[in-house]
Design a protein around this ligand. Structure first.
Ligand code: HEC
Length: 262
């Protein structure tokens, strides 16, 4: 019985501990790095938009990260005719499901959807996109450390090379890719920054606006406080006269009253 009670008592702790084994690498913060965001957008359009859409993201929103209409049209517009269109894809969902076993989800807000107690959505994406490894038991030939038995193939394998899972449960690069590991990590950092940006394009503006609102409230406080003092000055004066009229008189009386026994 005692054992049973102890088990119940510690069950939540153990459950938490079991879940906490997922280790995520922290994604570099490139939210204000325009060159990184532009590179991320380029990688996204070239390598991800074949299968994933980003239907809440319009191409012309890319002007926010420093691209011109002409640049968007010439370099990035593969799945639409006009810059005002959203990032849709040519492939049908049903076809994709038949090919990969699971339909590739829309990635507009993936960086927010993947946030958990293990880390931010960006951390999850940064880890996910760098931890594909060879697994002959999977139909695509690939598996993933943070998304076990994932239906997505390692679409960036030419850049990263091929990793295998070692006996020590660590990934080993067995065939180098076009990029050195640091270069690949940097490219994924850019891509993740872009995915995060898509989830909330106004995030940087929101933070700036928050600071402006706080400064405004601080200035407002100074004036409001000065006004309050001005008003209360009169009220204090009145209160003083009132208190004096009622109690001051009796106190004076008391002071001049002869001491008893004198
Ligand atoms: C060949 C098609 C294909 C390409 C190209 C592709 N993906 Fe995927 N992706 C998939 C499929 C299929 C899934 C669903 C996997 C599953 O649920 O098992 C997926 C899942 C994902 C997920 C996990 C979504 C979730 O369920 O939380 C992320 C994140 C993702 N892809 C990002 C990317 C990024 C970034 C790129 C570009 C570098 C990319 N994908 C390119 C097919 C693709």
């Amino acid at each position: 019985m005692k054992k049973f009670l102890t088990a119940i008592l510690f069950a939540p702790v153990l459950a938490f501990a079991a879940g906490a084994t997922l280790h995520l690498d922290s994604a570099p913060d490139k939210a204000t790095d325009m060159a990184a965001l532009q590179n991320g957008a380029k990688i996204f359009v070239n390598y991800c938009l074949n299968c994933h859409s980003a239907s809440y993201m319009r191409y012309n929103r890319l002007k926010d990260i420093g691209l011109s209409d002409a640049q968007i049209k010439d370099n990035l517009l593969f799945t639409a005719d006009k810059v005002g269109e959203p990032m849709k894809l040519a492939m049908q969902r049903a076809e994709a499901k038949a090919w990969f076993g699971a339909a590739p989800p829309d990635l507009s807000v993936i960086a927010r959807a993947r946030a958990s107690e293990h880390g931010s959505g960006a951390d999850w994406l940064y880890t996910y996109l760098r931890t594909f490894y060879r697994d002959e038991n999977r139909p695509t030939g690939w598996n993933n450390v943070v998304f076990e038995n994932v239906g997505m193939p390692h679409v960036l394998w030419e850049l990263q090379g091929e990793q295998v899972m070692g006996a020590d449960h660590k990934l080993q690069l067995v065939k180098p890719g076009k990029m050195k590991p640091q270069e690949f990590d940097a490219a994924i950092g850019d891509l993740v920054a872009y995915l995060k940006y898509m989830g909330e394009p106004v995030a940087e503006f929101r933070k700036k606006l928050g600071v402006i609102v706080l400064i405004f409230l601080a200035v407002l406080f100074v004036f409001a406080y000065a006004l309050k003092r001005e008003y209360w000055k009169d009220i204090h004066k009145l209160l003083f006269l009132y208190v004096n009229a009622y109690y001051g008189a009796s106190r004076n009386e008391r002071a001049t009253r002869p001491q008893s026994g004198a």
